[in-house]
Design a protein around this ligand. Sequence first.
Ligand code: ATP
Ligand code: ATP
Length: 583
Amino acid sequence: MIRFEKVSVTYDGAPEPTVRDVDFEVPEGELVLLVGPSGVGKSTVLGAVSGLVPHFTGGTLGGRVTVAGRDTRVHKPRELADVVGTVGQDPLAHFVTDTVEDELAYGMESLGLAPEVMRRRVEETLDLLGLAGLRDRPIATLSGGQRQRVAIGSVLTPHPRVLVLDEPTSALDPAAAEEVLAVLQRLVHDLGTTVLMAEHRLERVVHYADRVVLLPSPGAPPVTGTPSDVMSVSPVHPPVVALGRLAGWNPLPLTVRDARRRAGDLRERLAPAAGGRAAGARGVPPLVGRSREQGRTGAAAPGERLRATPLPATGGTGRLFKRRAKSAPEPRPAHIAGAHDLTVRRAHVTALHHITLTVSPGETIALMGRNGAGKSTLLNTFVGLLEPTTGTVTVGGRTPHRTRPRDLIRHVGLVPQEPRDLLYADTVATECAAADQDAGAPPGTCRTLLDRLLAGIADGTHPRDLSEGQCLALALAVVLTARPPLLLLDEPTRGLDYAAKARLVTALRELAADGHAIVLATHDVELAAEIAHRVVLLAEGEVIADGPTAEIVVSSPSFAPQVTKILAPQQWLTVSQVQEALG
Ligand SMILES: Nc1ncnc2c1ncn2[C@@H]1O[C@H](COP(=O)(O)OP(=O)(O)OP(=O)(O)O)[C@@H](O)[C@H]1O
Ligand SMILES: Nc1ncnc2c1ncn2[C@@H]1O[C@H](COP(=O)(O)OP(=O)(O)OP(=O)(O)O)[C@@H](O)[C@H]1O
């Protein structure tokens, strides 16, 4: 159904082809997963199927790509629209109408389907994707995950024979991701739909794939095979595969279920290290001097020394920040930020409902919960972008929405869900210079931070041309230039590969060890397991659980990381903990 024959793509001005020798086929009714590190050319390959490459992006396409027999170099995206449905990385760029229902109908209207067919399919899709309650909503008022579901729904309604999906679950909560993938699988199995999908969170998708195409490194030809074969050699792989490789399991399990069946031996080997220790003991390092109760409420005794135990450095890179001198310990406030009985209404939606929460220095909190639970709303309230409807919010003793932004950036910084929203200059260099000036930091501060987070970003690059990972690094550097004691990150691992995620984890651990408090809104259970001391679970605007990470995630079927599920009843969170215990 989709055929690549010796395809190469060279963007204008690039010295080398971005992808070359791409040669593979996706038969009708198969789901093929495209994987590979960030920037390797996955979106480029997908774009060549929908015709966006080269018709909209420019550049030269060598070789031939055909979809249902149509050559995509000859046929423009519009002429492929009756066959191919595409969801890109940025749902906002995709929307053409204002409300959910109109958006679901739009693709069908363009194809001239009968009104009664359109009506039926809109209703079906609203139900399938859990969007019925949002049908009349303006798209501008949806949360990130709600938007992504609408974007997916809008390509499903015309029933295209081919679906091209670029990271379709990146903004979805774990349960919503499973629902969407189950819908896709049903289309593949029952209707013979052909799906080509790129995704970084392999733990969510790899077991749904009939085949995997791996782009191992820029310009290298793809490796194609069964999911298990490709995963045994792939540089990007989910925790279940990392654990399987570590334990020497063959064939390599791809699902938690298969891994559990193989895990008896491993559990035995781990038993001595697992025995008799409390759940929290093997989570991220506990905060020194914190009792469990304090972990739960976030409250700490005044003057208490609250520092995270620094972890051994995981990479060869230098420290991101100089540690503050230890000789003269600074008196630390009991907490950096707090919300008391906070309610926030947005239009007719009560996004937060009587929230009480404190954030202490040195602690990393993962804010989790379903799409639309209120996570971004809470972060936005901490930076004064939203006002409490009732109740109070304080950061560094100030009321955020009444504090001048210039003063507030010294207390709190937010890296938003779309890091690009924070970037407005024409080059990386001017962006960094502006950040130094806004923060009153010595010139070069932001640039140095950026280099430590991610090497190799040229000064003259336009922020628009940065990859997702590069963009996040720049936004993080801009925010960190002011050294805010409270750092807020909204879905920071969207679009990041495993290596970029590991670098982010190292950087955040250093910040926490240096006394910064970090709150991350995330659906990435693996990230939460790696880094969070404490998890706060929101549901429909209310806090439904708040406690040490191990305690909260272990007991949740949705939020438990893969390693926890595989090795239960022993309570391990990450592959690196298991590796360490095995010695
Ligand atoms: N329109 C364009 N013009 C010039 N260069 C581009 C264009 N689009 C992408 N590139 C470059 O091509 C390379 C591959 O990008 P692409 O987005 O295809 O990678 P990817 O594997 O999808 O990355 P990610 O996982 O981060 O989404 C990158 O170096 C990128 O900067
Ligand atoms: N401008 C707005 N007007 C009305 N309702 C809004 C607006 N922005 C958000 N909402 C609603 O408020 C609720 C909380 O949204 P929020 O973005 O905080 O959720 P979230 O937990 O961050 O979700 P996600 O995981 O999808 O990013 C949702 O029901 C959302 O639809």
